[in-house]
Design a binder for this molecule. Structure first.
Ligand code: KG4
Ligand code: ZN
Length: 359
């Protein structure tokens, strides 16, 4: 492998990083400068994929190609910078959809190459781990408050519980053995005849429903491990609807089903996260990923952490769903550790277990 160690200028406190994220269905570009998120532009493809009821990889990649340059241009404009002002470039290397990752990664690498600037490929989930510490401006000042924590990452593709011992040192405690939490929201919503993605719609409808109307299973809640399983919950809803086909026609019944399913998902997530923190004697819990937008999850985690005297950091909504700001903020830390590199044979890593990084 021919690896060219890029020279990184010593003005680390003046670092302006262009970060790109295209791992799934959001095209995003961010400008992180001097530890501050100066711009974070996200173009969501949700509408495009909605008619297929899920993300279509080929369409996602083509849409990234169409949107990437306008999104990057918008991020630069918002930050008041030109391309030549950039000191370094970062992009998500994985995990994610192969073709989608390639679009952003290749463009970012070419951009760094043409400007003669350093480049890093960032692990998408590692970026999620630190996203709860991005709180507007300045991001780096918030990072100074960083504490060892148990971090819950809940998205459409992943459910991970991670012990973050210190910035850059983490250990995966558990993950889902089948469906991710967001996937469970989306698949159940589909059974209920709701649109895609189903999570936000279920959150909205659940607010008017009775969470005690149905006693759905809380998979693996009492098992002595930090893993999750959600496909059985979805199956329970399928059986209920098979036996009560009229339920989806009745708004009150749909609201009750949404509230009851949401309660089951949230119960498992909160119980296992707080239990892991207690077991490890860690005083801080964080949560990130699209499902962290769920109002019930936020409220239940807040209440549970208060009663257990745990410090809680929930990622802000704009940094919960996929975004390039979190890629740029982690990239900055990587650059400061001297990890910048440009090589001829870098590739994306569609399957890249978080376990392979960290402690
Ligand atoms: O992190 P994200 O934007 O993309 C990845 O999957 O990587 O997460 C999207 C997931 C979807 O499954 C969506 O239904 C879920 O997050 N989601 C929610 C809410 N907002 C987004 N689930 C429950 N309640 C919400 N308010
Ligand atoms: Zn994500």
């Amino acid at each position: 492998m021919r690896r060219l160690r890029a020279r990184f200028n010593e003005r680390s406190d003046l670092m302006r990083i262009l970060a790109i994220e295209t791992s799934c269905d959001e095209t995003s570009a961010a400008l992180v400068a001097d530890g501050v998120v100066r711009a974070n532009v996200v173009s969501s493809q949700v509408k495009l994929h909605a008619e297929y009821g899920g993300v279509v990889p080929e369409l996602a990649a083509r849409e990234h190609l169409r949107n990437l340059l306008p999104v990057a241009r918008a991020a630069l404009a918002e930050a008041g910078l030109n391309a030549v002002d950039i000191d370094a470039v970062a992009a998500t290397r994985g995990p994610g959809l192969p073709a989608a990752l390639l679009v952003g990664f290749q463009a970012a690498q070419a951009f760094a190459f043409s400007l003669g600037k350093p480049f890093v490929g960032v692990h998408h989930h590692e970026a999620h781990l630190y996203s709860p510490w991005i709180a507007g401006e300045p991001a780096r000042a918030e990072f100074e408050k960083f504490q060892a924590n148990v971090s819950l990452i809940v998205s459409g593709g992943h459910t991970l519980l991670v012990h973050v011992a210190e910035a850059g040192k983490h250990r995966v405690l558990g993950s889902t053995v089948d469906d991710a939490a967001g996937e469970c929201f989306d698949k159940t919503a589909k059974l209920l005849g709701l649109g895609y993605p189903g999570g936000p719609e279920m959150d909205r409808l659940a607010a008017g429903g009775n969470a005690l109307a149905h006693k759905f299973p809380r998979p693996m809640i009492h098992e002595a491990n930090d893993d999750f399983s959600f496909s059985g919950l979805k199956t329970s809803v399928r059986y209920y609807l098979r036996d009560h086909p009229g339920a989806v026609e009745d708004r009150k019944q749909v609201e009750d089903l949404c509230a009851s399913v949401q309660a089951a998902i949230v119960d498992v997530l909160v119980t296992k996260t707080v239990r892991a923190a207690r077991r490890l004697r860690i005083g801080c819990v964080t949560a990130s990923g699209g499902v962290t937008c769920n109002r019930s999850l936020r409220a239940r985690l807040t209440a549970a952490c208060e009663s257990e005297r745990l410090h809680l950091r929930l990622s802000m909504a704009k940094f919960s769903t996929d975004n390039a700001a979190m890629i740029g903020v982690l990239a900055e830390r990587m650059f400061l550790r001297g990890e910048s590199e440009v090589s001829d044979d870098q590739d994306v890593k569609p399957s890249w277990p978080l376990e392979t990084l960290g402690i």
